[in-house]
Structures are given as C-alpha cells and as structure tokens.
Design a protein around this ligand. Structure first.
Ligand SMILES: NC(=O)c1ccc[n+]([C@@H]2O[C@H](COP(=O)([O-])OP(=O)(O)OC[C@H]3O[C@@H](n4cnc5c(N)ncnc54)[C@H](OP(=O)(O)O)[C@@H]3O)[C@@H](O)[C@H]2O)c1
Length: 317
C-alpha cells in the first residue's frame, strides 16, 4: 500500500547549500496536488527555527506543514509524527549529534507515535553493507540496529556519491567558475589520485528524489520493506572528470596528481582519495534502479554540462 502521510526530518537547507531532504520534499510537494499524498510534515529543530523562517514559509506555501521540534524530547517528536505512515530522515551528517542522537530519538518517536509503517534512515551514501565502516557508517548503523530492535520496517538507500558535490572544493577543486563580473577564466584546478581508475558510482539528488517518490507511491511495499535499495545514476573512473571537464567547458585546467594514497592523505585530498580507493563503489549486480523504470538518471557528463552551463560566480565553483 502506498505511503500517504509523510514526515521528513531535516529538509531545510543547511549551510552547505545542499540538502537531500530539501530536494526530496520539493519533489513530494510537487506531486502532492496530483493526489498522491494527504499530508507532508517537515520537522526542523527549534534551535535553528529563526534562521529557517524563509524556507519554512516556502515549504508551507507549497503545501507542507512545518513543525519545529526538540529532538531531545521523544514524546514531543511522537506527537509531531502522529498520523504519519512514513518517516524520511535526512538529518545532517556533519553534526555528529544529528544521526548519533537526534535520529535515534526520531526512531523511538516513530515507534511511540504508533502510525509509522516505514522509516527511511539518513543513509544516502556508499554501500555500508559491502565496505569497511568509517565513523559515519558506524553512527548510521546504530540507527539501523535500533530500528531492527524496535521492529520498525525500514528502507536504507544507497546512492554512491551525490553528483551535486562532485565539483565542490571538498573534492579538491579550485577556481572552476568564471569570474562573475568579467567573465574571465579563473584558472581551474583539480586533483587526481594515483592512476585515476578507481570506479565511482553516484547519482544526482534530483534523481534520488524521483526514486524516493516512486518508492513511496509503489503499491508493492514489499519491494522496499526491510531492504537496502541501491540507486545509481552513473558510474565513472575517479580521474575521468579531467576529460569530461575539458570536453564540456573547453577550458584549460591544472591537475595535481598525487602518486599514491599516502601522498593524497598528506595533502588532505581526502575525497579524491576516497573516490580512487573505491569507497563509492556499488556492485552493479546489486543496483535496484530497474525496479522503478520510470526514473531516468542524469549522467556525470550531463551533470558537468548542467553545472558549467550556468557557469558564473556560484560560491562553490
Ligand atoms: N553520498 C553523498 O555524496 C552525500 C553527500 C552529502 C550528504 N549525504 C548524506 O545525506 C544525508 C543528509 O545529509 P545532508 O548533507 O543533506 O544534510 P544537511 O543539509 O547538512 O542537513 C540537513 C538538515 O539536518 C538538520 N540538522 C542539522 N543538525 C542537526 C541535529 N543536530 N539534529 C537534528 N537535525 C539536524 C538541519 O535541519 P533543521 O535546521 O531544519 O533542523 C539541516 O538542514 C546524510 O545521511 C549524509 O550522509 C550524502
């Protein structure tokens, strides 16, 4: 049976400027007028409410109910969840308290509310069931363990890396955009680790949102109940962005190559290292895209084209 009363936790835009929860809630709200959902509730922290007034108003105008909560108070959370049949947690990875504490209470509240049939924890990353767990993975696993213990049916979504962050400074890039006032090239720079042949899997956040929508409205709940769902938009080699960037923008590029993982770690090129190391590899035999064939995904090259078409002074490039 499709889910009709959805609660999203962590759907305001964070300081990173990207939030998968915000992209998902906008997709669900866009579909709501077609009759797919009866209620869409967005939970935001009381402590951040003052800085999120604008986004709360925008989401309310689109048809959401925006509720500010104290994640330390399980009863208050349960009241906010009452009536909801599905909880999508998209709380931040950056603040260890979000997944480490708030999301655990959200799971307890989902149980207490009594109406929640499904919980999607804040996963949206690499394939933690098939790679060594880092600290974030361990934190996320605790939430999964608690959901098991509470007997709440859950769906873990594995996405690989978000295409949306591929050209962020975090990935080792600098000066990718043109100067917004003069239109001149700023001298793009990027990083490759080793031979750049590490296999990477990823997907754009807007395609994640399309899949989540399909999962929620799918009449066959068993496709996602207590399952890990792997949705991948494209696969490419870690160093392939160099050719793609040149092909798409036609601009010069300075590439720093770190010969091995040790050098890369020393230079703090953490994400290029992770990509090369295969941390975002998701075995194609395990991909679940085919279960929702309506969703057509953007490729990494499409994403690059989209990013640099608007090629201006976006802060992160
Ligand atoms: N695969 C990838 O490449 C990739 C990239 C980025 C993120 N992710 C994953 O996507 C998920 C969401 O991450 P994100 O980057 O989209 O999140 P985010 O934008 O950093 O944060 C989402 C929201 O979480 C809420 N939040 C922040 N601190 C909190 C706390 N202590 N307790 C409760 N809520 C808190 C905030 O909402 P309010 O202020 O409204 O409460 C914030 O807007 C995570 O699981 C992350 O690992 C994956």
């Amino acid at each position: 049976m499709p889910f009709r009363r959805i609660c999203l936790a962590g759907a305001s835009v964070s300081t990173t400027g990207l939030s998968v929860g915000n992209v998902i809630v906008r997709k669900l709200l866009a579909e709501k007028p077609k009759g797919y959902f009866d209620d869409i509730v967005v939970l935001g922290r009381k402590e951040s409410a003052a800085s999120k007034v604008q986004v709360a108003k925008e989401l309310e105008a689109l048809g959401a109910r925006y509720v500010n909560v104290d994640y330390d108070n399980v009863e208050e959370l349960a009241n906010a969840l009452k009536g909801c049949d599905c909880v999508l947690s998209c709380v931040a990875v950056q603040d260890p308290k979000a997944i480490g504490e708030a999301e655990l209470n959200l799971a307890k509240a989902a149980k207490l509310a009594g109406t929640v049939r499904r919980f999607f924890p804040s996963k949206y990353g690499g394939d933690d069931e098939n790679r060594p767990l880092n600290d974030v993975g361990k934190r996320k696993k605790k939430v999964g363990d608690l959901l098991e213990e509470l007997g709440i049916s859950h769906t873990n979504i594995v996405t690989g890396i978000f295409l949306d962050i591929m050209y962020f400074p975090l990935l080792g890039f600098k000066n990718l955009g043109k100067d917004p006032t003069t239109g001149t090239d700023k001298g793009a720079r990027g990083v490759v680790v080793g031979d750049g042949t590490g296999q990477v899997m990823g997907i754009a956040m807007e395609d994640i949102a399309k899949f989540v929508f399909e999962m929620l409205v799918d009449p066959d709940e068993s496709k996602t109940a207590n399952k890990t769902i792997r949705i991948i938009g494209d696969t490419w080699k870690a160093g392939e962005w160099v050719d793609i960037f040149k092909r798409v923008t036609g601009r010069p590029l300075e590439v720093t190559t770190y010969g091995n993982q040790k050098e890369a770690a020393k230079a703090n090129a953490i994400f290029p290292l992770l990509l090369q190391r295969g941390d975002f590899y998701v075995d194609p035999k395990l991909w679940d895209n085919g279960k929702w064939p309506n969703v057509k995904c953007m490729s990494f090259e499409d994403w690059t084209r989209k990013t640099f078409k608007r090629d201006t002074g976006r802060a992160n490039i």
